[in-house]
Design a protein around this ligand. Structure first.
Ligand SMILES: Nc1ncnc2c1ncn2[C@@H]1O[C@H](COP(=O)(O)OP(=O)(O)OP(=O)(O)O)[C@@H](O)[C@H]1O
Ligand SMILES: [Mg+2]
Ligand SMILES: [Zn+2]
Length: 250
């Protein structure tokens, strides 16, 4: 039932959007059921991505990006009847990984799944501060929530300085979810060098041409399990940083 007081659709249940000069109507958010709406409200989506969906993802100019979008759409539609329960989006900054991951999560939520968004960095901080007896209950619950959420979106995986503690924590989180076949939708802008093909690398050299990889930042075991449980989607290399593009056009 559309909400008669909805500021977006004014109660019609349809949202009219203009894209590339063509206007089209999509179902308004307010038409989803109360439970789904509540799930969405508590999903922890950052305000910037509150409306991120496949409908407002622009892939027109790029066939490779269209393919990525189709994979994400297929995953969110077919879940849990998919080959791998999770999704891992890898690619350069600003190419739309978080947007697509959120779009998938929102689709799953609208299908009745309970989805939660966590920024990786922020989650680690919460888990760490939960050891402090003075911490709030929100921090104390963060780890358990991330372990057991029905669908977990882990955004910007690896964006934290690696320590033994970080490696252990992320490994146990991913292992737990993997063992219980609980899906993770993750994004990362770290390059993923294949272990074999990468050849010898020197982490400590600090050369300018060496960018730390996913393995460097989350550890080998977490990376391996992640690949086991997620369909890996690589953002096309030729996609321009959308943030820069927008800044240029405006
Ligand atoms: N193809 C697209 N169509 C519409 N909006 C887009 C598209 N790609 C990116 N955006 C928007 O641009 C901004 C940056 O995209 P997003 O945050 O998804 O990038 P990212 O790949 O996650 O980058 P990072 O690696 O820095 O986290 C967001 O506001 C997103 O909604
Ligand atoms: Mg992102
Ligand atoms: Zn509405």
């Amino acid at each position: 039932m559309p909400d008669p007081a909805c500021p977006i659709c004014r109660g019609s249940g349809w949202r009219v959007e203009e894209r590339n000069g063509i206007s089209g109507a999509t179902r308004c958010e307010c038409t989803v059921g109360d439970i789904q709406r509540q799930t969405l409200q508590y999903s922890g989506l950052p305000a910037l991505y509150q409306n991120a969906s496949l409908d407002n993802f622009d892939a027109q100019a790029n066939p490779a990006l269209q393919t990525v979008m189709l994979i994400v759409r297929g995953y969110a539609r077919e879940f849990p009847n998919v080959e791998k329960p999770g999704l891992l989006l890898i690619g350069e900054p600003g190419t739309g990984k978080t947007h697509l991951a959120v779009a998938a999560l929102r689709m799953l939520i609208s299908r009745g799944y309970n989805g939660l968004f966590f920024d990786y960095q922020n989650l680690l901080q919460k888990i760490r501060s939960s050891y402090d007896p003075a911490s709030g209950s929100g921090d104390r619950e963060a780890y358990g929530t991330a372990l057991d959420a029905e669908v977990l979106l882990l955004d910007d995986l690896g964006a934290h300085r690696i320590t033994d503690w970080v490696e252990d924590t992320v490994t146990s989180l991913i292992t737990h979810r993997c063992n219980h076949k609980k899906p993770i939708i993750a994004t990362t802008n770290l390059p993923d060098h294949d272990i074999q093909s990468a050849g010898p690398r020197d982490r400590s050299a600090g050369g300018t041409d060496y960018k730390r990889s996913l393995i460097d930042q989350i550890g080998m075991r977490a990376r391996s399990r992640l690949f086991e449980m997620c369909r890996v989607v690589r953002m096309p290399a030729q996609v321009e940083d959308y943030r820069l593009r927008k800044a240029r056009i405006n």
